[in-house]
Design a protein around this ligand. Structure first.
Ligand code: ADP
Ligand code: MG
Length: 254
């Protein structure tokens, strides 16, 4: 059974200024271990879609299921990595990672060990007791990712998590994130406005139309997944996907 399924999902915001339809009849199936990127013009409804998957918004129409069950009963299987890393300066790296279990009163010895294990495994052993300001931009992103992993979710939702980073850092963070998600055998949905990032990281790229977002096209990306994303950019097919998706979005922007 598919990990995630969206059936005819539409959403309209109601506010004193009026109604804004953000999603229009979205149908999507995501299998375990897929890495799905969502691209689309600014303001089209990408964050709305992700908020719907995170259970923060109940769509006006349609249905979202996890392994066939309503999303509301499976919330622990999903974790959202926000746009900014949102690390708290007054907490150590380890205590930042343990924030969510602490709030949920689930900070068991097993969870603490798992957090330490992840930090060690991904090169942060010597930084566990440091403050976030002592870390590089790339390390902060790794901490933010480990924080979303510590509750053992199945599905990670990433909303433009690299947009605050400079280009060089972003390329290496993409490699890091891709490797960690792969090694931890997670499924991921990434929202990005960067076509190259989407193609190089994903098994599938979903192109949305202008608002209200409909699915314009879905690309199954056939690049060598044994290579890190940066190397995938050197494959011939990468440029073919890039031109095609660029065109999809260009037509929309005209
Ligand atoms: P994107 O992430 O693709 O840039 P969003 O999903 O954030 O787009 O927004 C889609 C549309 O919905 C925009 O027109 C935005 O102004 C509107 N919108 C987003 N959040 C709200 C809200 N809480 N209330 C009313 N309108 C909203
Ligand atoms: Mg957004």
């Amino acid at each position: 059974m598919a990990l995630l399924e969206l059936k005819s999902v539409s959403h309209t915001y109601h506010s004193p200024e009026g109604e804004t339809q953000a999603l229009n009849d979205i149908n999507l199936v995501v299998e375990e271990r897929e890495f799905v990127s969502i691209v689309g013009p600014s303001g089209c409804g990408k964050s709305t879609l992700l908020s719907t998957l995170a259970g923060l918004i109940t769509p006006s129409e349609g249905e979202v299921t996890i392994y066939g069950n309503p999303l509301s009963s499976e919330k622990d299987l999903i974790a959202l990595m926000p746009q900014r890393d949102q690390l708290f300066e007054w907490r150590t790296v380890l205590n930042n990672v343990l924030l969510s279990p602490e709030i949920k009163k689930k900070k068991t010895p097993e969870v603490i060990n798992y957090a330490k294990e992840l930090l060690c495994k991904y090169g942060l052993k010597d930084f566990m007791q440091k403050r976030p300001s002592e870390l590089s931009g790339g390390m902060r992103q790794r901490v933010a990712l480990i924080r979303t992993l510590v509750g053992s979710p199945k599905l990670l939702l990433l909303d433009e998590p690299f947009s605050a980073l400079d280009f060089q850092t972003r390329l290496s963070v993409c490699d890091d994130v891709s490797r960690i998600i792969d090694e931890e055998q997670k499924t991921a949905i990434l929202v990005t406005h960067d076509i190259g990032e989407a193609i190089s990281m994903s098994t599938k790229v979903v192109v949305l139309t202008e608002r209200p977002a409909r699915i314009k096209k879905i690309y199954n990306v056939d690049l060598d997944r044994s290579l890190p994303p940066l190397k995938r950019r050197e494959q011939k097919a990468y440029n073919v996907y890039f031109r095609s998706i660029w065109k999809d979005l260009e037509v929309i922007n005209e």
